[in-house]
Write a protein that binds this ligand. Structure first.
Ligand SMILES: Cc1cc2nc3c(=O)[nH]c(=O)nc-3n(C[C@H](O)[C@H](O)[C@H](O)COP(=O)(O)O)c2cc1C
Length: 169
């Protein structure tokens, strides 16, 4: 099973990126956790560019999502919404459909439990437009319990994907 992690933050030392690194560390044997680092390479979405010839950064992004059984997205909230770089990445997948019924967990690395909720709600709205299967959407609080919380998110993804593949075996 393969989980693709995606961070809504591009900054060096990102707490969300650190959370995703933690997900790789706590993943059970047999679960491959791979990080997609190419959101910053995507051009601003332009439907006119799509179909006018392959754009390598877009192809890489689409293939990474296709190859994943599930996505784990950790993102900061910017201006009460999701970061533009993440929205741009998702926009490139709307027409091509890679996120359709894809199992996705959303979280935000936060200092306090009530932070990041508007960003997650905006992300849910956007992913709802592509019929992604959202199985988790809660901030994760930085502190001594973070690793256990991240392990819980990974477990949820593994459980959902395993149940799905058993159903269709
Ligand atoms: C320009 C900017 C806007 C932000 N807007 C919000 C916001 O609307 N709500 C919020 O809770 N935090 C907001 N924050 C705080 C970030 O969400 C927070 O610092 C987050 O942990 C950064 O994640 P990172 O360390 O992964 O980059 C903002 C930060 C920046 C730099």
């Amino acid at each position: 099973m393969r989980i693709l992690t995606v961070s809504g933050s591009l900054q060096a030392g990102s707490a969300n990126r650190a959370l995703l690194d933690m997900a790789r560390e706590v993943a059970p044997d047999g679960v491959e956790v791979e990080h997609f680092d190419g959101l910053r390479d995507l051009p601003f979405f332009d439907p006119g560019l799509d179909g006018a010839g392959a754009i390598p950064a877009v192809e890489r992004w689409r293939q990474a999502v296709v190859d994943a059984d599930a996505l784990l997205i950790a993102s900061p909230e910017y201006g009460h919404s999701l970061p533009g770089v993440l929205k741009n990445g998702i926009d490139w997948l709307i027409g091509s459909g890679e996120l359709y019924r894809k199992t996705v967990a959303l979280t935000a690395s936060v200092a306090e439990r009530h932070r990041g909720l508007k960003g997650l709600a905006a992300l849910e709205e956007t992913l709802g437009a592509v019929d992604a299967h959202i199985v988790w959407s809660q901030p994760a609080v930085r502190g001594p319990d973070l690793a256990a919380e991240v392990a819980g998110i990974v477990r949820r993804l593994v459980d959902v994907v395993s149940a799905f593949s058993n159903e269709y075996r």
